[in-house]
Design a protein around this ligand. Structure first.
Ligand SMILES: N[C@@H](CCC(=O)N[C@@H](CS)C(=O)NCC(=O)O)C(=O)O
Length: 204
């Protein structure tokens, strides 16, 4: 398998942490996007994903899969694993919703980063940035208050949650998300020690 990859992407990291948890990371060849910016087409990525976004996975059968949700489901299927994304419907849809919550936080954090770090200063929209901040805080509160059972084990939801918390530390060191969120802080402290997280560190 081949994966369009950039180490700073929390979506890519989710996929790679999952691959390590499934013991299939060595089956994935990473295709580095190189410099990857939201205001231009990366031809290498776009030749496989018309949306020009990462992650995109090319399977050994030559199919292209995106986005991160579909890739996670495929990797569990490929590895024959029914624990990280169980069939039992109550757990399954809770875990998938946790994954969507984490992906929504990634969307807010990544698009806010594009606005504040990439977009020319005179074109920035402070109210929009503030809206992303509100979304991030609300999502973090929800992770703190409503997901203890799902965060207690490794699954596609808790992996995505850990990936977005790591991304917030990486890009938003000034937001103290741990403050007043002791359960989430404890979850991340433990989860970050897992070999899958250690093997997929963000760039310094
Ligand atoms: N919904 C997608 C989002 C992926 C995404 O936004 N990836 C970012 C990188 S972190 C990207 O490709 N941005 C390029 C762009 O927006 O043009 C997923 O879950 O995989």
């Amino acid at each position: 398998m081949k994966l369009h990859h950039n180490p700073a992407s929390p979506f890519v990291r989710t996929v790679m942490v999952l691959a390590h948890e499934l013991n299939i990371a060595d089956q994935i060849e990473e295709i580095d996007t190189g410099v990857f910016l939201p205001d231009r087409v990366n031809e290498g990525v776009a030749s496989d994903n018309p949306l020009g976004k990462i992650p995109a996975l090319i399977t050994d059968h030559g199919s292209v899969l995106y986005d991160s949700r579909v890739i996670c489901e495929y990797l569990c299927h490929h590895a024959g694993n029914k624990e990280l994304l169980p069939d039992e419907p109550v757990s399954r849809f809770r875990i998938l919703t946790l994954q969507s919550l984490a992906i929504g936080l990634m969307d807010a954090g990544v698009s806010r980063r594009y606005e504040t770090a990439v977009r020319p200063e005179e074109k920035r929209w402070p109210e929009w940035v503030a809206r992303q901040h509100v979304r991030m805080e609300a999502g973090l509160d929800d992770l703190e208050n409503n997901w203890a059972d799902e965060l207690a084990s490794a699954n596609v939801g808790s992996i995505a949650a850990a990936a977005v918390l790591a991304y917030f530390d990486f890009r938003y060191g000034d937001i103290d998300w741990r403050d007043a969120r002791p359960r989430l802080a404890a979850f991340y402290q433990d989860f970050a020690q897992r070999p899958s997280m250690v093997a997929t560190q963000l760039p310094a």
